[in-house]
Design a protein around this ligand. Structure first.
Ligand code: PMP
Length: 423
């Protein structure tokens, strides 16, 4: 019998010092991650994660299509596939985008492993270390980490209730151009934004496109929530009115299931060509099995019916959250009123810090995401709530608990203030 040796002498010789690339030092875990693991406790209502509702995941329909795909197309879907993605699915993706006014052709589309990968590839293709990327402030947290990992300089532009402030955007572009470092692109989530739930108003859409066109800045429109609208009609995508100036990122994660990891990017042909080359080196090809499953789901199941069920489920939860916020929040707290998507954005009175308050919230049985996660700096007075995952009664309970936490925190703040004045 050979004795087991935990560390061979050779292993010791071959463990060199780890000289990570500069960009690796920009990849840092979010400071709220530890709190998130506590948020998974059973006694905590989590309004933190932006996951789809388990009831909105069509498990049975997907089981059936996966089985059928394997039975009828087994050898081909289990092979390596095209780097650009399944051609039939790319045609169907064009039909999906048509609902938001986009006219696209399948050769402009690349299928990716979620839209997160699309964002990574777009950044890889455009951004050199030190290049400026302009974003809304606040913006999607993992977009910030993607840009940071590519060593971008992230420049935020303020928003109001109708989305990004056009004049502030124009001023930022002018400032960066004046410094000789013009923005490489403007990243925006114009519809039911993560984290605010806001929509860029229709007039502003034209204005923003005009500003970007005049400044010569490419727009990256990230739109995973657009089809989860609570009003009658979807909003018109930016890409619909400026296809040559907009790179559009889409996803089946929120409208079907994130576990499939099927997203896409639609871009002008020259850009798509570069993205396909980048995709080849990143992954060879996306999963043929899940691409064909999505494709078959779209062609054999009522996609509109499924979306209708998801919309009404999320609308009920949004209503529950807004009603409970109105009923329980102390004076001085304000929030956005989303008309689709997953998120509500709260602003607390001046003296409160949502990051510091998180420990009290976990103790009080509720979790949220502090606003600081969505900014390169600032956001202490804000927090993001998500109504997509918890049930209506959990949403109500979570908001009630949060109101108690805010009152207690504000009470302590007032005591601290009195003590400071007395000293
Ligand atoms: N963009 C935004 C704004 C998101 O909220 C998310 C998911 N939270 C993504 C992109 C990535 O989604 P996926 O990779 O699952 O398509």
């Amino acid at each position: 019998m050979i004795a087991f040796q935990p560390t061979s002498p050779l292993e010791t010789v071959l463990s060199p010092p780890l000289r990570f690339a500069d960009r690796t030092y920009r990849m840092v875990p979010s400071e709220t991650r530890a709190l998130f693991s506590m948020a998974a406790r059973e006694d905590v209502v989590s309004l933190a994660g932006g996951m789809p509702s388990p009831e909105a995941l069509p498990a049975e329909a997907l089981r059936a299509v996966l089985q059928e795909v394997l039975a009828t197309e087994g050898p081909s879907v289990l092979q390596y596939g095209s780097a650009q993605g399944d051609p039939v699915l790319r045609e169907q993706i064009c039909e999906v985008m048509a609902a938001e006014g986009v006219t696209a052709s399948p050769d402009e589309v690349l299928v990716t492993v979620g839209s997160q990968q699309a964002l990574d590839l777009v950044t890889r293709v455009f951004v050199n270390p030190g290049d400026s990327v302009v974003t809304e402030g606040p913006t999607y947290v993992t977009a910030l980490s993607t840009f940071a990992a590519h060593q971008a300089r992230i420049v935020e532009v303020a928003m109001d209730r109708d989305g990004v402030i056009p004049q502030a955007l124009a001023d930022t572009f002018a400032l960066l151009a004046g410094e000789g470092r013009p923005a490489k692109f403007y990243y925006t989530v114009p519809t039911f934004q993560n984290p605010t739930g806001r929509v860029l108003g229709a007039d502003r859409r034209k204005e923003v496109l005009d500003i970007c066109r005049r400044a010569g800045v490419l727009v990256v429109e990230d739109n995973p929530y657009g089809l989860l609208h609570f009003g009658e009609q979807p909003h018109r995508a930016l890409c619909a009115d400026a296809p040559e100036g907009v790179v559009y990122l889409g996803s089946f994660s929120k409208t079907l299931a994130p576990g499939l990891r099927v997203g896409w990017v639609r871009a002008p042909r020259t850009v798509t060509g570069k993205l396909v080359l980048a995709a080849e080196s990143a992954m060879l090809s996306a999963s043929g099995l899940t691409q064909r499953a999505v494709s078959r789901f779209l062609s054999t199941t009522s996609w509109q019916g499924h979306l209708g069920v998801a919309r009404s489920l999320y609308r009920d939860r949004r209503d529950a959250m807004l009603a409970e916020l109105a009923a329980t929040m102390p004076d001085g707290v304000s929030w956005t009123v989303p008309d689709g998507g997953f998120f509500v954005w709260l602003t607390l009175p001046g003296e409160l810090d949502t990051r510091a308050m998180m420990a009290r919230a976990i103790g009080g049985g509720v979790a949220y995401v502090p606003g600081t996660g969505f900014h390169t700096r600032g956001g202490e007075r804000n927090l993001r709530l998500s109504y997509s995952y918890p049930s209506v009664s959990q949403v109500r309970e979570g908001v009630r608990r949060l109101s108690d936490v805010i009152r207690a925190e504000a009470g302590d703040g007032a005591v601290r203030l009195r003590e400071a004045v007395a000293r």
